[in-house]
Design a protein around this ligand. Structure first.
Ligand code: BGC
Length: 549
């Protein structure tokens, strides 16, 4: 049986785009050696796992999610030896490293696809070809702003090929045994390079069957079980995180029996509801999705996030919620992309610190393992003039120098931000100097979370609240408990809160922000009458007096 470590229940992840982080060789593109140079910074954030966006050779028409060689490193990023050095350097600092594995599709430039265009080639059936572009018509188009169909005509082959994403990303044919075995070899290759696991990209779409929406098919689950057993046989306990952007009931089966499929899965639908609750000043959307979230096997874990390298996806919301989210967060059409919003975290909060803090406090006290996206810890902005999702993937801003400490080359792969969010105004060096900066606050937040075994590793309940604006989370473990009270409203809240599950226990206020100054406010209370005295967007974490502070 597969082993199942649980260290990652308390872990915090940091998602990092290598091309954007630090350019060590001065070619204008970030690289692996650059990441090595900045590993102390990553460690000092207090995170445990680095998730590196795709590293393999690629024309970068989808930032590496369009692979042309699965077993090498993109020359702009360095070499396999650089990756091995990075992994060693990370391990020496107690950090794990996972990489993206893009199994569903390749670039159309991949030699496999080029070979497949010739019907007589041995790889002719490695992709999904058809004479009929009406096949699998129940499958939705995902990149609605760029594609109108999941089929594209190929002149050479004289047939259509299937793709769930961009037309230059043909889907591999997982019905072909050689595709399956080759992908298992690819997995072995990276594990033997030393990676600690993978973020498995776009796994719901591996198979197609007529009469279905071609998502979450039994064949997909069967292959993922094979994959899991394979990974366990090479690196027991590897960190495997599945990207399954589905409703909780459709995501649940990907955990399998708790040991035979994915140990970790993103909880996509909770994310837009954090944003919606914030905009509405009402915790109801969070309660709604958590109540709809089934229990998962004890050995498994949700992974939660506020933003990532993609648009803020609105696929797992209703029409009405989508309209609300667009009105609240993407009033200008240029801010919208596909079924989502292509803005970074800080701009979505109008750069207002209370809202940024409140969202992070929610994130760190939700059930699951949180992910931070590079740059959000210094409230980096975005660039809406850039194509597609490039505006949220701009160079990391290390200092106020000409290349922002990102590169010595005046021409960078993407322009540095200008105006109010330019590196001259927003950068790591300035944040380091300012003890009140968001960066310092994020470090304290992570350190506080990690002192509480109940967070991430314990059991969780969203408690009934006397006030709809308050989201009250209770996490408990054997020796620890955290009552996290969040005020979603912009106006102050004052009341007393009883937490019957901790009845009679003495609690201490451990962590908080926007605590009312003008109300009698204690730092000690009993769980029968916790004094809530929060300004708009305030939050407070209470724990039993004997628990870690
Ligand atoms: C990734 C995207 C990518 C897509 C196609 C997604 O899940 O997060 O960035 O464009 O897969 O590979």
């Amino acid at each position: 049986m597969a082993t199942q470590p649980t260290w990652w229940k308390q872990a915090v992840l940091y998602e990092l785009y290598v091309r954007a982080f630090r350019d060590a060789d001065g070619d204008g593109h970030g690289d692996l050696r650059g990441v090595i140079e900045r590993l102390d910074y990553v460690r000092d954030l207090g995170v445990d796992v680095l998730w590196l966006l795709p590293l393999s050779p690629s024309p970068l028409r989808d930032d590496g999610y369009d692979v042309t060689d699965y077993c090498d490193i993109h020359p702009d990023y360095g070499t396999l030896d650089d990756l091995r050095d990075l992994i060693d350097a990370a391990h020496a600092r107690g950090l794990k490293v996972i990489t993206d594995l893009v199994m569903n599709h390749t670039s159309s430039d991949h030699p496999w696809f080029q070979a497949s265009r010739r019907r007589a080639d041995g790889k002719a059936d490695w992709y999904v070809w058809s004479d009929d572009p009406e096949r699998y018509s129940e499958a939705r188009v995902i990149f609605t702003d760029s594609e109108t169909s999941n089929w594209t005509w190929d002149e050479v082959r004289g047939q259509y090929y299937w793709h769930r994403f961009f037309h230059h990303q043909p889907d591999l044919n997982y019905d072909h045994p050689d595709v399956r075995s080759t992908m298992l070899d690819v997995i072995r290759f990276w594990l033997e390079c030393g990676v600690d696991g993978f973020r498995l990209d776009a796994i719901p779409y591996l198979y197609q069957r007529e009469g279905t929406n071609c998502e979450n098919l039994p064949e997909t689950h069967a292959f993922l079980k094979v994959l899991r057993a394979h990974v366990e046989s090479i690196t027991p306990g590897a960190f495997l995180l599945g990207e399954v952007n589905q409703w909780p009931e459709d995501t649940l089966p990907y955990f399998g029996d708790g040991f035979d499929e994915m140990p970790l899965l993103f909880h996509f639908p909770v994310m837009p509801r954090l944003w919606k609750a914030l905009a509405q000043g009402d915790a109801a959307p969070i309660r709604w999705i958590l109540e709809r979230t089934p229990a998962i096997p004890a050995s498994c874990q949700w992974v939660v996030f506020l933003r990532n390298h993609d648009e803020l996806t609105l696929e797992m919301v209703t029409e009405e919620e989508r309209a609300f989210m667009y009105a609240a967060y993407a009033p200008e059409p240029v801010m919208r992309l596909n079924v989502g919003i292509r803005r970074r975290l800080a701009p979505l909060c109008d750069f207002e610190r209370p809202r940024i803090e409140l969202l992070h406090s929610l994130l760190m006290t939700l059930p699951g393992t949180p992910i931070l996206y590079y740059g959000d810890e210094i409230a980096m902005g975005d660039d809406l003039t850039l194509f597609d999702r490039n505006g949220v993937r701009t160079p990391m801003q290390w200092n106020d120098g000409p290349g922002a400490g990102f590169s010595e080359n005046p021409t960078t792969y993407a322009p540095l931000l200008r105006g109010a969010t330019a590196p001259q105004r927003v950068n790591v060096a300035a944040a380091e100097r300012d003890p009140g900066s968001l960066l310092h606050w994020i470090r304290t937040l992570i350190a506080t979370r990690k002192r509480h075994p109940a967070l991430g590793g314990g059991s969780f309940a969203m408690l009934p609240s006397p006030d709809p604006a308050l989201a009250v989370f209770l996490s408990t473990s054997e020796d620890d408990a955290v009552v996290a009270v969040h005020n979603l409203a912009a106006e102050p809240r004052r009341l007393e809160l009883a937490v019957p599950a901790l009845a009679g226990r003495r609690l201490r206020l451990g962590f908080g922000g926007r605590l009312s100054q003008d109300a009698p406010r204690g730092t000690e209370a009993t769980a029968d009458a916790i004094p809530v005295a929060l300004e708009g967007h305030g939050y407070a974490w209470w724990s039993p007096a004997e628990a870690p502070a």
